[in-house]
Write a protein that binds this ligand. Structure first.
Ligand code: TXA
Ligand code: MG
Length: 319
């Protein structure tokens, strides 16, 4: 396929083999997942892991999520717990990441986990990444495929915008269905949600049959992804807005301003799941249009709305 995006490829047998070859020689590839696109490399390899940090310009203190095909590959790397097994059975493969105690014998490169004694693991659902994981004998370290602190990509073209030709291969797996990053749940002590997502607190509480404390103590940041400035499209964002300033782009729910210039609905029927999946796409679109500022109307604080509010607050660097 020859076009200006000559490093974007559709998924087929030939590309599967090429991807495996690249990963085996410690190169980095960009893969679709059901949440957002990721920048993938062999998690056992210091060379591959260093390349990921360098490409993203990611602070060394921010650990990566390690991706596996299924539960059978993880016992060498992490200590399995009862709560983990329950959540795995219900939600995996799917958009949830578990923080578990690292096994002393783990071969995961210590840079990938920022030298912590814990490890973040995930079992992605997207067919492309699952097929690749099934055909290699190491897990994949895979952060979102964007420059550090920017907006996660939800299509192959978004990834291209981030890295251009700095990566050899981007697999086009279509628009990421979920559109925001996985829920991160810490199971090393009492279960805690470190990053809200589509699988929400009450879904997890139901399975574990316990109550999860609402507020994580942010003075002691446990997950570096909880850094305040994150997911930023690089222009000022104001949240909980009521009045429209006609120089900015206005993001809202519903169809009240459907035909009005400068107004961007996340979902015409105010569906929060659809709104989450359109959020990053809308940020990128607005930036492309050349707007210098984004205003966002209030998004309800319920269900998936919690995850959307988490992302927009960080994007706005709101304290
Ligand atoms: O949906 C996703 O999770 C995507 C796709 C590509 O799988 N990946 C992703 O990775 O969002 P990344 O690197 O952009 O975000 C990983 C988050 C960060 O907030 C990081 O600080 C946190 O997981 N994390 C990783 N290891 C951790 C650990 N041992 N303890 C606490 N947080 C950890
Ligand atoms: Mg990220």
């Amino acid at each position: 396929m020859k076009n200006s995006y000559s490093n974007i490829f559709p998924f087929n047998k030939k590309i599967l083999n090429k991807t495996i070859k690249l990963l085996n020689k410690k190169s980095i590839v960009c893969l679709p997942t059901e949440t957002v696109y990721g920048l993938a490399g062999n998690a056992y390899s210091k060379v591959a892991v260093s390349k990921i940090f360098n490409l993203k310009k990611r602070p060394k203190s921010n650990p990566l999520i390690i991706h596996y095909h299924d539960i059978n590959q993880i016992s060498k790397d992490v200590c399995l717990s009862k709560n983990f097994r329950k959540l795995y059975k219900k939600f995996c493969p799917g958009p949830i990441t578990f923080i578990l105690k690292k096994n002393k014998k783990s071969r995961i490169n210590h840079k990938a986990c920022a030298k912590l004694k814990t490890l973040a693991i995930r079992f992605p659902k997207h067919k492309v990444v699952r097929t690749i994981l099934k055909n290699i004998n190491y897990p994949l370290a895979m952060p979102s495929a964007n420059m550090s602190s920017g907006v996660s990509p939800v299509s192959a073209f978004d990834v291209y915008e981030e890295f251009k030709k700095k990566v050899q291969l981007i697999i086009d797996g279509g628009q990421s269905k979920i559109g925001i990053e996985s829920t991160v749940v810490d199971l090393t002590e009492k279960p805690k949600i470190l990053r809200p997502g589509i699988i929400n607190t009450s879904d997890i509480e139901k399975i574990l049959k316990l109550k999860i404390k609402k507020k994580v103590n942010t003075s002691k940041i446990k997950s570096p992804g909880m850094m305040k400035k994150h997911y930023s499209p690089g222009i000022p964002i104001l949240i909980n807005q009521k009045k429209f300033d006609n120089k900015s782009a206005f993001i809202y729910l519903g169809k009240k301003f459907k035909y009005k210039k400068n107004f961007f609905s996340l979902s015409f029927d105010s569906n929060l799941k659809k709104a989450a999946s359109n959020l990053y796409k809308t940020f990128r679109l607005i930036k492309k249009h050349g707007y210098k500022k984004i205003q966002i109307a209030k998004i309800p604080y319920r269900g998936i709305g919690l995850a959307i509010n988490d992302r927009i607050k960080r994007a706005a660097n709101y304290k």
